[in-house]
Design a protein around this ligand. Sequence first.
Ligand code: HPA
Length: 252
Amino acid sequence: MTNIALAIIGGTGLYKLADLQDVETHQPVTRYGAPSGPIRIGTLAGKRVAFLARHGEGHSVPPHKVNYRANLAALQALGATRVLALNTVGGITERFGPRVLACPDQIIDYTWGRISTICEEEGTEVLHVDFGDPYTPSLRKTVVAAASRAGVALVDGGCYGATQGPRLETKAEIARMRRDGCDLVGMTGMPEAGLARELGLEYACLAIVANWAAGAGPDSDEVITLDDVLANVAAASAGLPALIGEVLSGQG
Ligand code: HPA
């Protein structure tokens, strides 16, 4: 087992960590099965970092088919204790327009039919983990402070609504999510965050806003295209290396 300062799970449009040096590749199989793809471990800002593409490096695993349990368990087996989840999302409320980076502090889970606990198998002890603050507050603080040191604009807080996908939402669904208090919408925030808590991993989300969610932007009839999503993720990701470098600089 190696000492990993940070594990990063990349979402749509984020399949590699370009600056990772001396990369080793691991393909562990866990009690929950195989992760979405290889885990790349290397050095970044002088620290050991693990990277896993949530949808596979060729983006072939849809959100409802991701083996979230295997992904997290594999990272943990390789020595990770803290996970920074990069999630591509749509923005619902004013502060969360395209190309914004955010570190949400709450979640509403609208997903269904996903294995959302490690207490699934017969004979496993049932856990009722506290999930009032679904992201680890100390890791969130580290991320927010790192962004500020790196000079990268980041919205501190916001509620992530996790939807089933892979289709995008209707305008009525987004209007309902707004009434519910969601600021962001994505398809992979859950069950990942809940599983991380069950596994005892520190976990925070860095959400990258790729588009206005359906009907949420100034042009309520705008059609969301994958090209726009990917272009906005690429633009918004420009500050990520500096931000991640600062996250790492605060850690032993
Ligand atoms: N909805 C759900 N997930 C997303 C979106 C969206 O608008 N954009 C990127 N991921």
